[in-house]
Design a protein around this ligand. Sequence first.
Ligand code: GLN
Length: 304
Amino acid sequence: MEYNKIVENIIDSVRPLQGQGKQADYIPALANVNPDQMGICIETIGGAAYTYEKADTRFSIQSISKVFALAMAFSIEGEGLWERMGREPSGTAFNSLVQLEIEQGKPRNPFINAGAIVMTDILCERLKDPEGFFLQFVRNMSGSNTINYNHAVAESEREQGYLNAAIINLLKYHGNIKGDIERVLRFYFLMCSVEMSCRELAHAFLPFADHTKPFDYTDVYLTRSQVKRINAIMQTCGFYDEAGDFSYLVGLPGKSGVGGGIAAVFPSLYSVAVWSPRLNAKGNSVIGMKMLELLTTATQQSIF
Ligand code: GLN
């Protein structure tokens, strides 16, 4: 596949979209990022990486971290994980409280904030040093030992984190948080603050696309069936109330974050990461979504 030519055309096509959308500013530290940047990296199963624009600039991965948390929680809990959360698309915003109240503290899926907060509770309960373990896992998956938390971003989110505080209180009220809520929230914000580049994210997601090698990183072991199921959840729940549109327009399992990043996989072919900070109303990167839509359209490769 001639990715070079295809991606160069894609970048030309999305440039006029620069300026559309708005970067996340409810986490004050994220508002300092120059919003008019973009990056893309495709890594094929064979290990060839194609990078364009700011593919080596690190950004806040935010909710993309929930995929790593799911890999860890699923490997620890197995099917027992689904006693604490569902695996249905929510059709609501990532930080919605309404559904959680109606469904009595059982989050719809692992990728809305409520589900991810329950996963961080599980990791806090089961691991001696969840922060250290999580970082080591992400470093191993991406093959980059300099990846780190951004404590200033985590702290900035914590200071303004009233909605996530409300979510964890509701979860606790319904008995779905075992640990101390301040402690669990601190880890949740830290997890979201991890900074990675498109190149590092694409590499870290490659094992979700490559079913030929065992998934075994830092004691996080997943069976092939579990990897397939994580992809299924990315497909149905990775973009909150835009999951249907993403499936329609892009057609790949993936996960977005309010830092403007999106990581996606084409099983047995490649992983891809894109980044551009300006978001649409659903909290997903405007240019990022467009780049992926054009990629799967131009390559004419489809998982369907
Ligand atoms: N840390 C962000 C939050 O909890 C993550 C949201 C996201 O990336 N969609 O609100």
